[in-house]
Ligand binder design. Sequence first.
Ligand code: AMP
Length: 553
Amino acid sequence: MPHHTPLMGTIVAGFVVAFLMGALAHKLRISPVAGYLFAGVIVGPFTPGFVADIALANELAEIGVMLLMFGVGLHFSLRDLLSVRNIAVPGAVIQITVATAMGVGLALYLGWSVAAGLVFGLALSVASTVVLLRALQARNLIDTERGRIAVGWLIVEDLAMILALVLLPAIAGMLEGRSGSDGGGSLLTAVALTVLKVGGFLAFMLIVARRVIPAALHWTAHTGSRELFRLAVLSIALGVALGAAYVFDVSLALGAFFAGMILGETQLSRRAAEETLPLRDAFAVLFFVSVGMLFDPAVVVEQPGPVLATVAIIVIGKSLAAYAIVRAFGHDNEIALTVAGSLAQIGEFSFILAGLGMQLGILPPEGRDLILAGAIFSILFNPLIFTLAAGRLGDVKRQDEAKAQEREEARQRERREHVVLVGHGRVGRLIAEGAAHRGRALVVIEEQADFARQAEEAGREVVVGNASNPHILDEAGIQHASKLIIAIPEGFEGGAIAEHARRLNPEIVIFARAHSDEEVGYLERLGVDHVIMGEREIARAILGLAATSRPAA
Ligand code: AMP
C-alpha cells in the first residue's frame, strides 16, 4: 500500500465528505453549497483530523471552473455576447470601480496603505464564476436575457481581472519607486502587452480554432466511438483553456468559455455538453470544498467588525451598485434583481488577486483573511439573496395576481381533456405535430430551455421543467388531462412520472417509451397503459420493409 497519496486522498476525502455534508444540508433543507463549504472546513488545516492538500484541491477546483465555463460557452453565441455588451461593459466597469472604492475606504479605515486597499477592493469586486453559474443554472436562467446579461458582465469582470493581475506587479514596482521615472512607461507596456495577448488569443480562436476544432470533433463523431468522442470533448475544453493560459496568459475560465463558444456553433454541441456534465458537477463541488479549506474560523471571533464590513461591501454594496446601474440603463426590475443577486459574492479570482497582493508585499495577511471570510459568507448567503430577490419579485407580481388567476382558470377550462406530452425531442416533436394535425389540445413539458423554446416557436403550450416533479405535472393541468404521453428515453425516470401522474389523476391513460425488456416490465407494473419499446418497433418496421421490398432489377 502506498502511504503518500495526496492526490487520491484529496479527491476521495473531498467527494466523500462533500457528499455526507451535502446530504445533511439536503435533509436540513439548506443549500447544498453550505454543506460543501463545511466539508472543506472539516478537511481543511484549521480543524483537527485529516487535512487534505490545499494546493491540489485548488487545482482540482480549477477543472470544475473550466468545465463550467465550457458548458456556458456551448450555449452562448458571439451574437449573444455582443447583444449584451451595451450593459455588460459599462455595468462591470462601474461596479468594479464602486466596489474597489468601498474596499479602499475600509482598508484606509483599518490603517492599511492605498495600494493594499486597491488590491483588497479589486478582490471584492469580482464575482465567482462557479457560484454565479450554479445559481443561474439551478433556476433555469442561463438562456434568458437576464442570464445572458449576468454572464456577459462576468466575462467583462474576468477580462478586467486579467488586466489587474498583469498590472499589479508594475504598480507595486512604481509605488516602491523601484522602476523610477519610467514607472508610467512600464505600466503602459504592461497594458499594451496584455491587450495584445488577449487580442491574439481571440484572433487565434476565431480564425484558426473555429475551423480546426469543429472539424476534429466531427471526425471523431464519425469514428462511432463514444469513448473517443468523450475524450475529444474533454481535450478541447481543457486543452484550449490550459493552452490559452500558457500561450496567451488568458485565464483558464476565459479559454474554456471560448472553446465552448466555438463548439456551440456546431450540430454536435448538445452531445458535447452532455458528455461533460457528470465531470463538471463533480469538480464544481470540489471548488466549494477548496474554498472551505482555506477558511480559518478564528478570524470571525478575532475581527468581527472588519469581517462584517467586508461581507456588507460584497453583499449589500455591490448588489446595490449593480441594481442601480442596470436600472439606470433602462432595464426592468426583474433583470436588475437577478444581475445584482447573482453578482453579490466573490470567489476564485479574489483568491488569486489576494495571493499575488501578498506575494508582492502590498496586502497585509489580515487582508487575505478578510477576503476569504467575505467569500465564504457571501457564497453561503447567495442562495438566500437570490430567493429574497425572487421574493421582491413576488411582491411586484402579486399586484397582477388576480388577473393571472383569472387567466389561469380560463386556461384550465380550455384544457380539460387535453393531452400532456413529456419531452419535445426526436420522438415528442413528431407526436406534437401529429396531435396538432388532429386538433388535439396539447401541453408539452420539456426540461431543456432551448427545446422548450423550439416547442413554443412551433406554437405549442409549454411548461418548462422536469416532469418527475409533481408541481410541474400540476402546472400542466394533469388532473384534468385525458392522456399522458411520456416521450423520454429514460424508462425508469418515466416510471416516476407515471406514478405521480396516476396519483394526481387515477383515470388518465398513460403511454410511455422504453428501450429494454426490464423497462417495459417496470412501466407495466407501475400501471402504464401502453408501453412502446423503441427497439421492437424498429425491428418490426425493418421486417415489414424487408418482406415487401424487391431487389432492384
Ligand atoms: P428524445 O430522446 O430525442 O426524444 O428527447 C427526449 C426529450 O425529453 C429531451 O428533449 C429531454 O430534454 C426531454 N426530457 C427528458 N427527461 C425529461 C423530464 N423528466 N421532464 C421533461 N423533459 C424531459
